[in-house]
Design a protein around this ligand. Structure first.
Ligand SMILES: [Zn+2]
Length: 172
């Protein structure tokens, strides 16, 4: 296991049931590009992902993991394809259940709680990758009117150009 509570070290795989029972906690910072699926969406490799994973056992005796993320990364804007900084804080509780379907219907009342199958080994890097992917905007865009415009293509010049073309035609 990781000795220091915050590190850039590779994330371990955990036994989620034991992690929950022991009320273990893991915090750290990683680069967005370290996450395989997230890396494919990035505009560049800037930013950081702070994670905090805490194990607990809920009132029904089920092991649960609380995953909290605070991250900053850059995506391409879907309108202008330029850099769009994204800053988010998300948190979700994952209940580890042998009977996922049953728990899922109950968890519907609370969006913040989800269930995942109780597995013997859970890859935390994969888990964080998935949680970040779920929280990214589907169609990230700059605010209306805030998109980067190509040099010389400012608003107004497109309106003026037909006239300048006309005046040029008149001259010839
Ligand atoms: Zn844009």
């Amino acid at each position: 296991m990781v000795s220091s509570s915050a590190s850039h070290a590779k994330l371990p795989s955990i036994d989620p049931a034991r992690f929950a029972r022991d009320a273990s906690r893991l915090t750290g910072v990683m680069a967005p590009a370290q996450l395989p699926r997230v890396a494919q969406e990035l505009f560049d490799e800037t930013g950081a992902i702070e994670y905090r994973i805490e194990g607990s056992v809920n009132l029904k005796g089920e092991p649960a993991l609380r995953v909290e993320l605070a991250f900053e990364l850059a995506l391409p804007c879907q309108r202008c394809m330029e850099r769009l900084p994204v800053k988010l804080e998300v948190g979700r509780t994952l209940v580890l259940s042998r009977e996922v379907e049953e728990v899922e219907s109950m968890a519907d009342e609370d969006e913040d709680v989800d269930s995942i199958p109780l597995v013997a080994s859970l890859d935390l890097l994969d888990l964080i990758d998935q949680e970040v992917m779920l929280s990214l905007p589907l169609a990230p865009r700059h605010d209306e009117g805030a998109c980067e415009t190509a040099p010389g293509a400012e608003q107004g010049s497109t309106v003026a150009s037909p006239f300048s073309v006309l005046s040029q035609l008149k001259r010839t």
